[in-house]
Design a protein around this ligand. Sequence first.
Ligand SMILES: [Zn+2]
Length: 248
Amino acid sequence: MCIVLALVTTLALVVVAFQEAESEGVRKVTLRYFGHATFLITAPDGTTILTDPFDRSVGYPMPDVRPSVVTVSHEHFDHNFVQMAKGNPKVIRGLKDGGKEWAQVKEQVGKVTITTVPTYHDGSKGSHRGKNAIFVFEMDGLRLAHLGDLGHVLTEDQVKAVGSVNVVMIPVGGFFTIDAKEADQVLAQIKPPIVIPMHFRTEATASWSIAPVDEFLKGKANVKRVGHQVDLPAELPKSIEIWVMSYK
Ligand SMILES: [Zn+2]
């Protein structure tokens, strides 16, 4: 009798442990924000991606990071300071020829697939600010898009190329990029459940002619202040949520 009971108990414990391990293994993606368009994304397999690193002149404190990969949406100082990354990361640039042309990015790093979608930095086919690359990171069944310094609403082809995304990091500050109103239009095009605004003015970039994030948040429901670092939940929100991150 005792042996049967012990066996049943052991079995139950094994099942519980297995379920826990399984749920822990599901979609553990962590995002950390350093300001402007710079995030550190940690994938479930441990691959770390630093996006669009700013240089010292931008105004944010320099983080201490040693990522596996650095991505650069375009070759402007507030997005391509790859020296921010310590160690020996793989650098993936969305543009080539010093920023003049789009690179055809399709890279696999660890279990993360990284692709780009060609776009422009302004609303006149790049004649003012040049080209820009949207980065799409695919990991463990999740797709995250970093829009770089997108300067226009998307074309039908670009919407198709971006595809279905779970998380989007989108510029909202205007002047150099799409503004709050255009960001709304882009979000209506790609409909991600989680929206993370970026490239807005803060006390660290007080002299920049970009709008603060409040412009974008005006009249919006489901705004969450998630802090400097956040984990994606195993179950994604059913309707759109705006996650405002802080740079420290
Ligand atoms: Zn910029």
